[in-house]
Design a protein around this ligand. Structure first.
Ligand SMILES: Nc1ncnc2c1ncn2[C@@H]1O[C@H](COP(=O)(O)OP(=O)(O)OP(=O)(O)O)[C@@H](O)[C@H]1O
Length: 953
């Protein structure tokens, strides 16, 4: 591993890219300011190494080994050197992520790190109770944003700003974050919805290879450099599942189509189509791309890269809904552009490359002659009648027009692709409620020769820095001021002055450049420099390099001064498109070009040459400013998170940490200031602190502060600070050290709240269950009682029926019995001739009764037993039983009702007669009247004996 010696001289050496040589005395003021911004005071460098060495020694004698410091706010003191040392120590032990307060610093490992981005690790961060307690990682940021969305605390929408210089790992980081959300933001509920979510995620991930093929290129600094900025909005539904995404792109470097720096390449897609394993032989034939053909816009074709995978791009396009014929159409247009690049113009009328222009016209489906004419002849409209004049162009002008045509086609193709991707991955507006935005922007840039591109990029970075400062510090400090809190205000670099210089109203660099475009007056680079310097002379952020030979001006950005050359600035800003080029493309018969260049009269009016139209001129700067403002508006509505990617070396080598290169990046991203800001303000808003439990957590404050229980947590910290006898000098440091305590307290409060919520929920649950149980019992009881009542009713009805039938039957039986008995009785009585005088009857009756009482059972038995006894025999038996005198038959009669039926019952009647029932009685049993009538004589007259009952006795 190559680890540079961190010698002090190396650290103090001026950074070549950021400090242009030969600065004028006027420049030194802003430079000094810029140095202070980064906590890297020019004082220390001017006074030699002594104070710095002390700093370092103090720092190096610290307790914790540097590589174990997860957060750069813990290094003491926080200076560029200490921060650099810490990052280097961590890089040496393959630890690539470090917190810097509210920012995450990501060092590019330039090597595959096993398991650093595995789905298992993603899930570990996702399921951790406190992911911030785990090692710093981009997944911590990813998870934090995801939890913030879930918490529904305002602002619910989140954004992650990934910045860094080219090759630092921004695209890699954004890609990993998208994969992270694809893993965690899925639906575990149903298999079907899981599949839908998976398909959406796959589409979103598929947009990466397509956008990279068309928007990335191999540069000196990065083999896979994104030549555009992008803001990806991952859309989440109410259940925090990813339902779609949209991509917004910024500032595509379209000049690369026609102009590539030596050792750099064109956009990857051109190589993918042309390399050996790219298109098939048939396709090559169709697109006029024979093997080994040389194209001037295809430099370094021999350098094959991992990114040159045509099949991957085609597959991804297919998944995004771009079918094979459309793909072939796209590649045919690209082949047409490559052939256009081979067209050479001569100063004379002869065309040097008729073949190339013919092929190009064929592939772009443009008429050949008009194409050549448009490239070689400029039409000018003049006068009231708008008379058209044709002016042949110089060779250089022809080249410019050719390049312009190619840039126009490629830029429109890129925009069309982005719109197709968006229509494929964007969710229905009703289906998503929140979003997580990933902003992958070019970091601050400073080259020896900076132009309009760098001005736009650095302007965007200034805006983002202002957003960062506003979010983390200004808002915080203003809040303290409103609360009347004693607070040593942290001096932070407000870059408003710099922004006023670039974009302010009414006069700024942007407005001056736009003015030049609007007036369309011929102005040299030197004139522009003078105009800028004289109009903006009062700005402290404007500098001038007297030693520079080329006309230029210097802007002192928050990250350092940058010298911009004025040559070509206005032309680049105009980005002129001759209207005849657009008209020509509108004549194309190619289906794709027809879509990209519709014959729209409105558009025509817009593309009128500046000066001839009254509409405001749409310059590159004005368009960029508008889209930047739109972006910032979106960002302002979100909770921002920052990831600063750092490139340890420019060669892209693993295990190599070049201090100077890292140092310049730390300066450029203002990391030290970021750490100060993070430590000074409370980046985590602890609104949940305002609870009783927190009051108790801070102890009894009575007397220590006049503040009421409603005072803010900052007041409490302050009071607590005074209570422990702290000095007010380093409140920011103290407050930061308190952050952990506060965090601890917050965790406790959250835990308490969680317990309370759980308790309430359980109580509610039990109550609900109890209610349900009671309701069930009630329903069961009611049902049972209904069944029982119904049963009883039925029984009652049945009993009534039985009772009625019984009564009826009994009445019937009684009637039958009485009829039978009474009939016999009456007959018997009437047949007994009563002697005259009332005394005979009692005498006869008495003896008869005595006989009956004595012998009736026997007689009965005999009568019954003598089943075969008939006639006279039977009478004898009866007489014998009754001991009647045989000789006086006239005094009594023995009468049997039915001779053959046998005696079934005997009944003695009070009147003195005895009834023998010889017929089977219908009465089934003897009935004893419960209440004998007062006239009846109890005894035999009440007994009815059944024959068969007797048989059983
Ligand atoms: N975390 C990482 N692990 C392994 N390699 C990485 C990592 N991050 C970046 N790289 C390597 O660094 C290269 C450059 O990264 P990337 O393309 O993301 O940079 P960038 O900041 O997006 O650059 P540009 O602004 O030019 O697009 C990648 O191609 C990859 O090889």
């Amino acid at each position: 591993m190559i680890l540079e010696d961190c010698s002090l001289s190396a650290l103090q050496a001026p950074t070549p890219t950021l400090l242009p040589a030969g600065l004028s005395p006027r420049f030194h003021g802003p430079l000094l300011m810029a140095s202070q911004v980064n906590g890297h005071s020019s004082d220390s460098s001017s006074q030699g190494g002594e104070p710095l060495r002390e700093d370092l020694q103090e720092f190096l004698s610290g307790e914790a080994p540097l590589h174990q410091l997860d957060d750069l706010t813990k290094v003491n003191p926080v200076t560029l050197e200490t921060v650099l040392r810490c990052l280097q120590a961590r890089y040496a032990v393959d630890t690539f992520y470090t917190n810097a307060g509210c920012t995450l610093v990501a060092l590019n490992p330039f090597k595959p790190v096993p398991q650093l981005y595995s789905p298992a690790l993603m899930r570990e961060y996702h399921s951790a109770p406190q992911p911030q307690k785990l090692k710093p990682h981009i997944f911590t940021v990813g998870e934090q944003t995801y939890r913030n969305v879930k918490s529904l605390m305002e602002p619910v929408n989140q954004s992650i700003v990934v910045s860094g210089e080219s090759g630092a790992g921004k695209t890699w980081t954004s890609r990993c974050l998208m994969k992270f959300y694809a893993v965690v933001a899925t639906s575990p509920t149903s298999w079907e919805s899981h599949k839908i979510a998976e398909r959406i995620e796959q589409r979103i991930l598929n947009s990466n290879p397509v956008m990279e093929a068309f928007g990335n290129a191999c540069t000196l600094r990065n083999d896979n450099s994104s030549r555009f900025g992008k803001f990806i909005q991952l859309q989440l539904n109410r259940a925090q599942q990813m339902t779609g995404a949209t991509v917004q792109t910024y500032l595509l470097e379209k000049t690369r189509v026609a102009c590539q720096a030596s050792s750099e390449r064109n956009f990857h897609i051109f190589y993918q189509v042309c390399v050996k394993l790219g298109a098939s032989t048939d396709e090559r034939l169709q697109w006029h791309l024979p093997e080994g053909a040389a194209f001037s816009w295809l430099p370094n074709p021999e350098r094959t890269l991992e990114e040159d995978c045509f099949e991957v791009t085609r597959e991804a396009m297919l998944h995004l809904g771009i079918d094979t014929p459309t793909q072939n159409n796209i590649f045919q247009v690209l082949a047409g552009l490559l052939h256009l690049g081979n067209v050479r113009f001569a100063d004379s009328e002869d065309e040097a490359q008729p073949c190339s222009i013919r092929t190009s016209a064929l592939l772009l489906q443009l008429p050949e002659d008009p194409l050549l004419d448009t490239l070689r002849i400029r039409t000018i409209r003049a006068g009231r009648q708008q008379q058209v004049f044709r002016k042949p162009c110089s060779r250089a002008e022809c080249d410019t027009r050719r390049d312009c045509l190619a840039k126009l086609v490629y830029a429109r193709l890129f925009d069309w692709l982005v719109s197709v991707i968006n229509s494929s991955i964007c969710a229905d507006p009703d289906s998503w409620t929140t979003f997580i935005g990933l902003l992958d922007v070019y970091g601050f840039e400073s080259f020896p020769n900076n132009s309009l591109e760098q001005l736009c990029i650095n302007y965007a970075n200034e805006k983002l820095q202002q957003h960062f400062v506003a979010h983390y510090l200004r808002a915080q400090q203003e809040e303290y001021a409103v609360e009347g809190l004693e607070w040593s205000f942290v001096t932070y670099q407000d870059n408003q002055t710099c922004l006023d210089l670039i974009e302010g109203s009414p006069i700024s660099i942007c407005s001056l450049i736009n003015e030049e475009c609007r007036l369309n007056r011929p102005s040299s680079a030197a004139q522009l420099q003078t105009r800028i310097e004289s109009a903006l002379a009062g700005s402290p952020c404007l500098g001038h390099n007297k030693l520079s030979r080329e006309p230029s001006f210097i802007v002192v950005h928050y990250a350092g001064p940058v010298q911009y050359h004025t040559a070509g600035l206005v032309e680049k800003n105009k980005d002129p498109v001759p209207p005849e080029l657009t008209s020509l493309l509108q004549q194309s018969q190619d289906p794709l070009l027809k879509v990209m260049f519709p014959a729209d009269p409105e558009e025509k009016a817009q593309e009128e040459p500046s000066g001839q139209s009254r509409a405001p001129v749409l310059t590159v700067v004005s368009k960029f400013k508008a889209s930047l403002e739109q972006l910032l508006q979106v960002l302002h509505g979100t909770t921002p998170h920052y990831i600063r990617c750092i490139k340890p070396n420019s060669q892209g080598q693993a295990h190599t940490f070049l201090q100077e290169e890292v140092l310049s990046q730390l300066e450029a991203c203002g990391l030290v200031e970021t750490i100060h800001i993070s430590a000074a303000g409370f980046p985590i808003r602890t609104k949940v602190f305002m609870t009783d439990s927190m009051v108790s957590w801070f102890g009894d404050e009575e007397g220590s502060s006049p503040k009421s229980a409603a005072c803010s947590q900052q007041d409490r910290v302050w009071d607590h600070f005074r209570a422990v006898g702290g000095e007010a000098e380093d409140l920011s440091g103290y407050a930061f050290s308190q952050l952990e305590l506060l965090e601890h307290g917050r965790a406790q409060v959250l835990e308490q709240c969680a317990r309370r919520i759980q308790g309430s929920w359980r109580r509610h649950w039990h109550r609900k269950q109890e209610r349900q149980r009671r309701a069930a019992v009630l329903i069961q009881a009611a049902t049972r009682s209904w069944f029982a009542r119904r049963h009883v009713r039925r029984l009652h009805a049945a009993a009534t029926v039985i009772k009625r039938a019984w009564r009826k039957w009994r009445i019937g039986m009684a009637f039958l019995a009485s009829k039978e008995l009474d009939g016999v009785e009456e007959k018997h009585l009437s047949q007994v001739p009563l002697p005259t005088g009332s005394f005979l009857l009692p005498q006869t009756q008495t003896s008869l009764l005595a006989a009956i009482i004595r012998l009736w059972p026997l007689g009965l038995v005999l009568a019954n037993a003598a089943a075969g006894v008939r006639g006279f025999q039977r009478k004898l038996v009866v007489w014998a039983c009754l001991q009647l005198r045989m000789g006086s038959p006239s005094s009594y009669t023995v009468q049997t009702a039915q001779e053959h039926a046998g005696v079934t019952s005997i009944r003695a009647l009070p009147q003195g007669s005895v009834k023998f029932h010889c017929r089977k009685s219908p009465l089934p049993y003897a009935d004893i009247c419960p209440e004998p009538s007062p006239y009846s004589v109890t005894g035999f007259n009440q007994i009815l004996l059944e024959r068969h009952s007797l048989g059983h006795r």
